[in-house]
Design a protein around this ligand. Sequence first.
Ligand code: ATP
Length: 307
Amino acid sequence: MQPSSSITVRVPAKVNVQLAVGGRRADGFHGVSSVFFAVGLYDLVTVTPADRLRITVAGADAEQVPADATNLAAKAALLLAARHGIEPKAHLHIDKGIPVAGGMAGGSADGAAALVGCDALWGTGADRAVLLELAAELGSDVPFSLLGGVALGEGRGERLTPVPTGGGFHWVFAVADGGLSTPAVYGECDRLRDLTTGSSDADVPVPAADPALLEALRTGDAGALGATLRNDLQAAALSLRPSLADTLRAGTEAGAIGALVSGSGPTCAFVAKDAAAADALAAALTASGTCRSARVAEGPVPGAVVV
Ligand code: ATP
């Protein structure tokens, strides 16, 4: 492939329609069974030639995103360059549309987009399998940001199997003021489990996908999806941010057919029966004053693509 002058990659957010969390493993990670669902809220990552690696960030809450080597997009560029033995010369401009620290894998999305964009810019021609392997090295959620659609993630969430879906679903996302730290939410989950059961990690059931949820996705049945949504981190997110209970209640009272905290939160996700219901739900959530903003999105959508 010929190196080109400027590449823009569009990459979606995710919501976990199921997040079953097992006990802590010997490596400190939790085993999970996660059904990832890519939704049409996007970051844009534009990659242009430069004399060194540079990161700039724009969009909502851009000031909360590091513009240095700790940015997941920078880590992705460095990893790809090291793999090919080249200098990581690129300017990565990130336009954030995905809530920052919102439980929607915004950083992971930018990591995936940077892999795709830098590979195209530098003409390194990595195939899908190599990109997925590098993505898994960057973080548990990064492979899914490459893949998109709907997928079951096992292990730390990085071992993916695509899940068939029978059509699209309508979502509303209630964006909160301020983020939640993913490690803090897992820590709270452990603390609550220790408190309530006093059990060891070995007693926590091995997480597995719920057949009823997979069937709802396969048949495109929004009501059944709403009824089978599950997030084992929700109690921990609510414990750290009790006001999220008001947001979930406001959405349910306004007609949502399913509601849950997205991943580690604090974004709350609602299923609506159609596009008109989603618009009405977003208006009601905004008026309720229980969130900073409410955004409608459809899904599933593809993963990171050059636009
Ligand atoms: P997840 O759902 O994967 O747990 P999240 O959506 O809750 O993640 P992110 O938006 O990925 O959270 O941000 C988590 C933290 O990662 C931020 O507080 C920020 O400091 C850091 N970070 C590093 N790179 C990025 C990036 N490109 N975009 C956003 N945050 C980033």
